[in-house]
Design a protein around this ligand. Structure first.
Ligand SMILES: O=C(O)CCC(=O)C(=O)O
Ligand SMILES: [Fe+2]
Length: 371
């Protein structure tokens, strides 16, 4: 199966011509087309993530509604020291207790956020052929379009199509739809600025200099990736999964979505539904924040569930260190007697490759670098 692309294969049937050229050329298909196929009333068994017959009762998920922390971004630039101190304290609590927060008053125009989400919708509305023009079979290809997460290694497929684009330090963009590149360039620049400001606040909240993390991780050349996710309506949402529980690889991910919810985060062992208010960012901490803070700020495990009513589009902007950095816990947060380093250093690019080329599963890659 190693020659299969990361795009999902709905059918192993191939034309005789395909067979003549490449013996193992599958018919590629996205879950959007599957969902739109006429009379789809049940999901193919390959998408059955929850299996009622084998479900252990300990695995049954508890879903709760939680009061997710809110960060008023505008206060980070307040000229009143009290206000800045308050928001730094809010960030500390949010990172320590949740690994997740909503960001309001971030200054990015709502119109730009809407245009970017519309562009993602237009991208997914293209034909399969147009989407495949993006190519990118390798997990580290700068532009990759596909379905599920990594179909070449998965036993169960996820109810999700995706586009992943590396947008910093080198900017890439799919050639179509028209206008994607211009909107995306602006959106990536603005979200990167917000992420770096948040990271400065987080640095301070750890008792470090404001620019400590920015400098140590070389965020001037930070790795930024745009991940657009499409979750079409699913006839059996209780059996399928959009994205399985996982933590993100980088430092901070800024997520926006259309009007449909579906993100859940794991908080004290329970799944919490996240409801996004318009014009806000849902921000989660990633594995590299956990590594550099020596476990003080843990990356949050989250997942995306699906529904049978409306298509959900989410847009995650993930920000990590410079890809060449091998990140270890910062010396200021380590003390060999009482607080020894908990993680090995591994080059971020290798970490990313490990995550992308395996099955997405909880914090399995972070566990790989735990001492
Ligand atoms: O769609 C979502 O809400 C979650 C997406 C996500 O976790 C990711 O792209 O890493
Ligand atoms: Fe994620």
């Amino acid at each position: 199966m190693s020659s299969l692309s990361s795009s999902y294969i709905h059918s192993m049937a191939a034309t005789s011509q395909d067979h003549a050229e490449t013996p193992f050329r599958p018919k590629l298909g996205c879950v959007k087309d599957l969902a739109e196929s006429i009379d789809l009333t049940s999901i193919p068994s390959k998408y059955a993530y929850f299996d009622n017959t084998t479900l252990n009762k300990d695995d049954i998920d508890v879903i709760v509604e939680g009061q997710i922390p809110t960060i008023d971004f505008s206060l980070l630039n307040s000229t009143f020291p009290d206000q800045r101190a308050k928001v730094i304290q809010d960030l500390r609590e949010a990172c320590q207790e949740w690994g997740f927060f909503l960001v309001i008053n971030h200054g990015i125009p709502e119109s730009l956020m809407e245009k970017m989400l519309d562009m993602c919708k237009d991208y997914f509305d293209q034909t399969e052929e147009e989407k495949l023009k993006c190519g990118g079979e390798h997990v580290l290809a700068p532009i990759r379009s596909g379905t599920s997460f990594n179909a070449s290694v998965e036993k169960v497929f996820f109810w999700r199509d995706f586009l992943k684009v590396w947008v910093h330090p080198q900017f890439h963009s799919p050639p179509t739809p028209a206008g994607f590149s211009e909107i995306s360039l602006e959106y990536c620049k603005r979200t990167r600025q917000v992420a770096r400001e948040l990271i400065k606040g987080i640095s301070e909240s750890l008792g470090l200099e404001e620019c400590y993390i920015d400098k140590a991780m070389d965020l001037e050349s930070c790795f930024q990736i745009l991940i657009a996710n499409l979750y079409p309506p699913c006839p059996q949402p209780e059996l399928a999964m959009g994205m399985p529980p996982h933590s993100d690889h980088g430092l901070l991910t800024l997520l926006t979505q259309n009007e449909t919810d579906g993100l859940q985060l794991n908080h004290n062992g329970k799944w919490v539904n996240v409801h996004a208010l318009p014009n806000t960012f849902l921000v989660n901490t990633g594995d590299h924040l956990e590594i550099l803070s020596n476990g003080k700020y843990k990356s949050v495990v989250h997942r995306a569930v699906v529904n049978n009513k409306a298509t959900r589009i989410s847009l995650a902007m993930a920000h990590g260190p410079n890809l060449e950095k091998a990140v270890t816990p910062v010396t200021e947060l380590v003390d060999n007697e009482n607080n020894p380093p908990l993680y090995h250093g591994i080059k971020y690019k290798e970490y990313l490759e490990l995550q992308q080329s395996n099955q997405l599963s909880g914090k399995s890659i972070l566990n790989h670098v735990r001492i």
